[in-house]
Design a protein around this ligand. Sequence first.
Ligand code: ADP
Ligand code: MG
Length: 253
Amino acid sequence: MTAMVKADRVCKNYGALQVLKGVSLEIDRGQVLCLVGPSGSGKSTFLRCINHLEVVNAGRLYVDGELVGYEERGGKLYELHPRAAARQRRDIGMVFQHFNLFPHRTALENIIEAPTQVKRVPKKDAVARARDLLDQVGLSAKADAYPAQLSGGQQQRVAIARALAMDPKLMLFDEPTSALDPELVGEVLTVMQNLAKEGMTMVVVTHEMGFAREVADELVFMDGGVVVESGNPRELLANPQHDRTKLFLSNLL
Ligand code: ADP
Ligand code: MG
């Protein structure tokens, strides 16, 4: 079985700044991987590479067996045509720290935007699906609310529903609860936990170690653009092997 994500010595630099220095990891279908590490360690950059927002400079990255960002012809790599990249990207949902909802559209309108515009789903079908998704994230009553009328936790749940509306095979979360007031974190994590239970493949950058311990199948600790250590979340949290991991975890407490 092919992994849903396979990174093989992935490198990414911005000019002279080397951000990813050979990241290798795999995520199987239906698995949840939590990616943790200090600010600046390259976590967002790694997610952005998976989601075609950046192109890797060396190494290989595959989603569902397909090379990301490049195509291989006659043993050589060529940058992927934007149309082909857009097609691959359609199957990946991403949720950001700042929810990035369209401010002048209601919750429901936010959710139907991509399915109707990108996938040409008939509006009636997209609306029915959006209502199901709003129900799934506990916001049936908020279909007609504008983002400014919603709490941060509610906006983030709409953002998750919006990503799910494209029927992604992979969901990426980049610190989805970091911008929320503490009392709103739980409602978002609960939605993510339910999604995991339903078998969604997820990569989650987070500082929520309780979530990592309870929900993740694999915990990866990254620092300075490399994977320092990874493994079963409970084991890694109980018994970190590297000083950098120990320091990072002790600073979270
Ligand atoms: P993390 O998400 O782990 O905090 P990032 O992936 O956001 O780390 O950033 C890693 C490093 O790359 C940081 O030093 C950051 O300043 C730099 N960086 C990120 N994006 C860009 C960019 N578009 N151009 C230049 N430098 C960037
Ligand atoms: Mg980041």
